[in-house]
Structures are given as C-alpha cells and as structure tokens.
Ligand binder design. Sequence first.
Ligand code: PLP
Length: 472
Amino acid sequence: MSSHSPAGAVVPEWLAVPDDPNDLVEPVWPAGAARDPRGVLTLGGIPATELRERFGTPLYVVDEDAVRARAREVLAAFREATARHGARARVYYAGKAFLSTEIVRWVREEGLAVDVATGGELAIALAAGADPFHLGMHGNNKSMAELEQAVSVGIGSVVLDSAIEIERLAAIAERRGVVQRVLVRVNSGVHAETHDFLATAHEDQKFGFPLQQAPEIVARIRELPSLEFMGLHCHIGSQIFGTAGFAESAARVIEVHAELLRGGDVPVLNLGGGFGIAYTRVDDPTPIAELADGIVDAVAGECAARGIPVPNLAFEPGRTIVGRAGVTLYEVGTVKPVQATAAVTRLYVSVDGGMSDNARPALYGADFSARIASRTSDAPPALARVVGRHCESGDIVVDAEYLPADVAPGDLLAVPATGAYCHSLSSNYNAVPRPPVVALRQGTARVIVRGETIDDLLARDMGVAAPNEVTE
Ligand SMILES: Cc1ncc(COP(=O)(O)O)c(C=O)c1O
C-alpha cells in the first residue's frame, strides 16, 4: 500500500492516530531499535542521547550490522531463486543510494558487486579497495574522462546508454588495447510510480534505448572488436512493492533477449533495482525472497515459453540494502501550533536539519515518520509536521505524523528509514554543513564520514581573504 499523501490533504488518509505515539513500528525502524528502561531510543544497543552527546545533531546513523545482514539476505534470495532455474545471480549494490568507502567494504565483504554512476562514485569504490572487476558503471552522459577512467582501471562492465557512447567507449578500449564488457540499457516501456506500474509502448525519458532499437544497437556493438556484448539492462523505477511490474518488464525484455541470442552469446540479463522499503507504518513491502522468486520465476517462464536457457541474472538494489538501516537524529528547536484549517491544528516542530540532509520530501513528496528519541511521553498524540531550518516553506522532513503533544525544544527527534538517498542527495543549502555519518557495529559507534564545518564551506570560496591579505 502506498503511504504517499494525496496532494493538499491536511491529514493524509493513510495516517491513523496511533495508540501509542512512542511506538517503534516494524519494519520502519532498524531491527535492533528499542527503548531502554528510561524510554530513550536505542539503536544497535546505544542510547540516542549518547549518540547526540558524542557526535551532535543532525546526525546520520547507519547500523552496519543491519546493512550487512540485509546484503546477505538479498544476495541469498536472488541466488537461491536463480539456482532453482540452473542460472546464477549477481547482485550489485546501487551505490547512488548511500556511498562511502566503508559501505563499499561492507557490501563487498558480504559478496555484493557495486554499481557506480559517476567518476566520483567510482573513485570512492576504488578508494575502498574494491576489485574493479566487481564494479559496473551506469549513466546517460558519462564523460570521456569517466569512460577513460573506467576502462583504464579494468571495470567489470559499462552499461551503454546512447549510440554516441558506443563509439566513444569502443575507441577508448581500442586505444588501450582492451576488450570492454558492456550491457545495453533498454526501456521496456514498463515503469513504476509510487507502487503502481504503468506499461506503455514508448517512454519519453532520458535513459537507455527503446527496446525495439536494441537489435540494431547490439549488432553495431558486435561489429566492434574492442567491445564485448554481455546482455541487456533494464531498470523500471524505484520503491516498487510487487512483482507484477518486474514480470511485465521481463516478458518484454526476454523477447528481445531471445532475438539477440540468434546473433551470438547473451550471457547476462540485468533487471536493475527498485525494491521498495517501508517508510511509514502502512507500507508493506513484499519480503525479498518472495520478490526474488516472483521475478526470477517470471523470467524463467518467459524463457521456457521461447525455448531458451535462463540467462545469468543481475540485480541492482540500493534502497532495500541501506534504507531501513539508517536513522537521522535531530534536535527540536521550536514548536508552534498552526491552525491548518478551521478544524485542524497542527504542531510545526522545527529541527536543526531539513531539506539539506533529507531532500526526498521536497523532491518527491516522500513520506517519513518520526518519534521523540530522548524520552517517552504520556501526552496524547498530536498532529505534527516536522520541518527543517531552511528558507523554503517546502523544507519538510516529515509531512504528517502524530507525536506526543508535549514535544518540546531540546527533545531529540529520530526519523527512521533514512539510510537511502538522504546522505547521497544532501546539499549545503543555506550554507549548512552536511552532518557526519556514524556507523553502529556490535554495540560501538564510529564516524565513517566526518561532518562538514563552516571552514570546509569557506575553504572553497575563493573570495575569502587569506589572513595576511586582510586590509584595515
Ligand atoms: C539503473 C539503476 N539501478 C539501480 C538503482 C537502484 O534503485 P533502488 O535504490 O530503488 O533499488 C537505480 C536507482 O535510481 C538505477 O537508476
């Protein structure tokens, strides 16, 4: 079920008054989240108040044990589902969801490959010591420098996105005397929006090639000795809950895959990522093993119908690996009741972060939830909107939530399910330094990405006078 708020609703239809506005509902919170005897939220066994004292707020907290466990679970689900059909699965962690050298190490150690979308993401993966063979690169407009960098380090695969890029990459590989493995990104005409999927004949968007064009594109790649065609790649969207969209897309892509087999090997099919997580209590994501079985069975069914072998499959989950493992901690600065309509008053709870550390509500109208982390309260639930400190009225962190009515300045507020696309989409809007990232492992906490300082921001400003240049 979607938790997306209908535009303009004061209280979203899906938001019910909770029995207890202190509760931590599964599966929105990381598995280890609890309340200690004082009522303080604990994450990975560590009180949120201790994290505030040690690292300040706002603070991105990521539970390393949870990321690792989820990576293992997702890998096992896809491996088992494909093994049943005599094929192998490779799972790439989609680095765009949340990337740092530590996170690359965690997922690599758990057996995942990593997908990067820019030279910067590639640099982080390499700095983490990742074997380039286990990396893949995407992007609709990779620069020549990025393609050069990818080929020179021996990247495992490049996902081609345009005819121009085919020629560019072939020339680079030829000059370097190597054969670069490539996939071809196609649009299946199936795309997912807020848990529903749409199937169209054409897609008016920037990524990939229309499916009908794939045979011609692949024929060209096969003419080029410096490129090795591995297979098709198709990503239908994000935050998808069921298997129906993937199954429809797979059916369309397998038809072309079968056609391509007539001209040579097609060892792989990459079906992208997009597996949804719970952001609020009404989100009910399909268990990953069920999702994996549904998708792979659909692929296998399409292959059987065409009398072709099931190819090795690749997947690129991002959000489902890191999303639930992340919690952002904020401190409440001000609280004010606002008469939203004649009948509804809502508390505007302002925190010390906002759209600079979580752009998703402003960017996509995404819903989140929140709880007071520093205490529990017996006060009745009150309708609240958690807002940030930025100069934008759209600077909303949690659009609608019931919090204890006595929520007050100084309270520590926790927003769960912020592990994906929050740190990676963060900005310095209003010259706000980005928060640190703290990882929790086996009861310990450590900084894995340091927070920015005002000096970091000033350091890039070339108009700042050096001390000896200051004139009276
Ligand atoms: C090509 C591709 N693969 C994988 C992903 C990861 O998607 P998700 O984080 O929803 O699993 C994305 C997300 O935008 C993508 O564009």
